[in-house]
Design a protein around this ligand. Structure first.
Ligand code: ADP
Ligand code: MG
Length: 224
């Protein structure tokens, strides 16, 4: 009886606002183009996970999102798939320089994992990724690395309009709060901002309040 209740609560996502798109049941409900649907199928993703069902339609509706769910719940695709849509929607994609999607992750290893996943989904679109090339669409890096790139003027941020702060609680644990604040201050305010975290300590909550614009909060499971 107890374990039934536990499973029930862990599988029931909650959304804090009323005027938000309904959760999806299948990836096809997202209206993704055929190449992206094929890339999803090729990854072996048959159905979206709970956080993906909730977060994907909201992120795709261009709202800021705070996504709270434990490790392994599929948060990466929840921000990577809409990032590809966001980038492909940009006019004159080839003409300008500098990243459109900027993803901050706590460690190089995690940044690399996100890169590997994003690369698979972006493959049909020939999108260019991070490293030192200025002419890329997506940068995925630790806050420290990103600050270095900005200091070296190796990145032009004027067209960055999709910012992801992944594993925000871990980035704070690693002392990246000042770097995150600096990065946020260097990205245009009319961006879409997504913050993902396994937990929401007070300091992360404060950053979210200051950084996100009228965000929708999606929580899956119990948050400690
Ligand atoms: P999180 O960031 O929440 O810790 P990840 O995005 O790293 O979780 O996903 C955890 C694992 O689940 C990865 O191996 C990922 O490829 C896989 N995964 C994510 N979404 C799906 C899905 N819809 N179907 C099957 N596997 C998925
Ligand atoms: Mg993750």
């Amino acid at each position: 009886y107890e374990s039934f209740n536990k499973d029930f609560y862990e599988e029931q996502p909650s959304v804090s606002s009323f005027d938000v798109p309904r959760p999806i049941k299948n990836f096809v409900d997202c209206g993704f183009h055929v190449p992206l649907m094929n890339a999803i199928a090729k990854q072996g993703y048959e159905k979206p996970t709970t956080i993906q069902c909730q977060a994907l339609p909201i992120v795709l509706s261009v709202r800021d999102v705070i996504g709270i769910a434990k490790t392994g719940s599929g948060k990466t695709a929840a921000f990577v798939l809409p990032m590809i849509v966001h980038i492909m929607d940009q006019p004159e994609l080839e003409k300008e320089e500098g990243p459109i999607g900027v993803v901050c992750a706590p460690t190089r290893k995690l940044a690399h994992q996100i890169y590997l996943e994003a690369k698979k989904f972006a493959k049909p679109y020939n999108l260019r990724f991070k490293e030192l090339k200025a002419g890329c669409e997506i940068v995925i890096a630790t806050p420290g690395r990103l600050i270095d790139l900005l200091k070296m003027k190796a990145l032009k941020m004027f067209r960055a309009t999709y910012l992801v702060l992944d594993e925000a609680d871990r980035m704070f644990d690693l002392g990246f709060e000042p770097q995150i604040r600096s990065i946020v201050g260097q990205i245009r305010p009319d961006r879409q901002t997504l913050l993902f975290s396994a937990t929401m300590p007070y300091k992360v909550e404060c950053l979210a309040r200051e950084t996100l614009n009228d965000p929708i909060r999606v929580t899956v499971g119990q948050v400690g």
